[in-house]
Ligand binder design. Structure first.
Ligand SMILES: Cc1cc2nc3c(=O)[nH]c(=O)nc-3n(C[C@H](O)[C@H](O)[C@H](O)COP(=O)(O)OP(=O)(O)OC[C@H]3O[C@@H](n4cnc5c(N)ncnc54)[C@H](O)[C@@H]3O)c2cc1C
Length: 369
């Protein structure tokens, strides 16, 4: 395997708010990091924020891209550059001649984006393996999946916005899976247009905040099935509704708070024109490979992060830190928390590098790996 040498002291994977903050802090502390971003633009989720961000202290902005521009201007001043279009597919810890990590780029998907800022480098991912002594993973989250047969049928539209194009649900039977803020918000957005909106809630009660819950009764076309899961999704065929959802009772315990339809009245099959998933986000972290599962060698089961919301420290190998949404509980995910968490990861990584007596410059080129 071809490796990029020399080995950098610190790599940051992901150039959202957390990764950019980590990169700035590391640079400011004298440890210029190598920054890798899978997408063709930096900014992560902020690229998708089309409404004003009014809760980032001291810097209210029209939308996410405006905040990204502020962040990038700051990074430019600090001399940080970002390698775009470099998805890190996996991380291979190595111990010889001294502990380091090989970051293996995956294949870049999608066409190059001509609108990328001038301060960023463009690399074609998949070419070389990258080496770093310490790594900060600021790779964000992805929508959680149901994990049931037939889910691929709804993959394209399952996360489509309900606020920007609610009109497209006019006259349709819409099923929204989830009971949190985003599920209820989605139901409220769609209800004025849809024929019927069905919320399928795994638990015995909605978790959405009360301000949203209180609006539900004013929409007579919203119905809620509690303690319900989808077992399977099938295409219904013909020109009518598109999906048949095979339902089952969930194992959630009953609750007084779960006013609404009970499991007894649950139909075994629900027909829907649209199925929207609002069941939360989960951390997206590149797998840690063992030597045996390194691509091109004997295939073994990949070692995945035991990632859960609390992200116990012991699941993270020494020399790697996780920052931003990937490390934060859902209720705390925000730009402010991502920026703070990026700072924290950078400071911890720098302290660790100093304790290892690793040079802040890249190591001298080495042979082998
Ligand atoms: C529609 C919307 C509105 C929001 N509104 C607000 C708001 O008003 N106020 C607020 O505080 N927060 C808001 N948020 C939340 C806020 O944007 C996020 O909490 C924050 O931006 C998360 O930053 P992050 O860097 O942790 O993750 P992300 O922004 O998700 O960045 C992760 C980056 O890592 C990259 N990446 C992932 N895997 C790899 C890999 N293997 N290799 C290389 N790169 C990789 C991704 O491409 C991405 O660029 C909103 C979010 C959304 C989606």
């Amino acid at each position: 395997m071809k490796e990029d040498r020399p080995c950098r002291p610190l790599a940051v994977v992901g150039a959202g708010a957390a990764g950019l903050s980590a990169a700035l802090w590391a640079a400011r502390l004298g440890w210029m990091p190598a920054v890798f971003e899978a997408a063709d633009r930096p900014g992560g989720q902020l690229q998708a924020v089309h409404q004003p961000i009014i809760d980032y202290l001291g810097l209210p902005v029209r939308d996410g891209p405006e905040l990204i521009r502020h962040f990038l201007a700051h990074l430019r001043q600090a001399g940080v550059s970002i390698a775009l279009g470099v998805p890190i597919a996996g991380i291979l810890p190595r111990t010889e001649p001294r502990p380091h990590f090989l970051l293996v780029p995956g294949r870049k998907t999608g066409p190059p984006d001509a609108g990328a800022p001038a301060s960023t480098d463009r690399k074609n991912g998949g070419a070389s393996v990258l080496c770093a002594r310490a790594v900060i993973l600021a790779t964000g989250t992805r929508p959680r999946r149901l994990g049931v047969p037939g889910e691929a049928l709804i993959a394209e539209s399952a996360w489509s916005s309900t606020s920007r194009n609610a009109e497209r649900f006019r006259g349709r039977a819409v099923v929204i899976v989830g009971g949190g803020d985003r599920a209820v918000e989605g139901a409220l957005n769609v209800a004025p247009h849809a024929a019927v909106v069905t919320l399928l809630v795994r638990g015995a009660a909605l978790k959405a905040r009360s301000a949203l819950r209180q609006k539900l009764p004013s929409h007579r076309n919203i119905r809620i099935f509690y303690r319900t899961v989808i077992r399977r999704i099938e295409a219904s065929g013909g020109s009518g509704p598109r999906y048949r959802l095979l339902l089952a009772a969930s194992d959630a315990p009953p609750s007084e708070a779960g006013a609404g339809k009970t499991v007894e009245s649950l139909p075994p099959v629900l027909i829907a024109d649209d199925v929207l998933l609002r069941i939360g986000m989960e951390p997206v972290l590149p797998p840690i490979w063992t030597e045996a599962s390194e691509p091109g060698r004997a295939q073994a089961e990949d070692v995945f992060w035991a990632a859960d919301e609390a992200m116990p420290e012991k699941t993270v190998p020494e020399g790697i830190w996780i920052a931003g949404d990937a490390a934060l509980p859902a209720s705390e995910r925000s730009v402010a928390a991502a920026v703070g968490s990026g700072m924290q990861a950078a400071k911890r990584a720098v302290l660790w590098l100093e304790a290892q007596e690793i040079l802040s410059e890249a190591d001298a080129p080495e042979a082998g790996g």
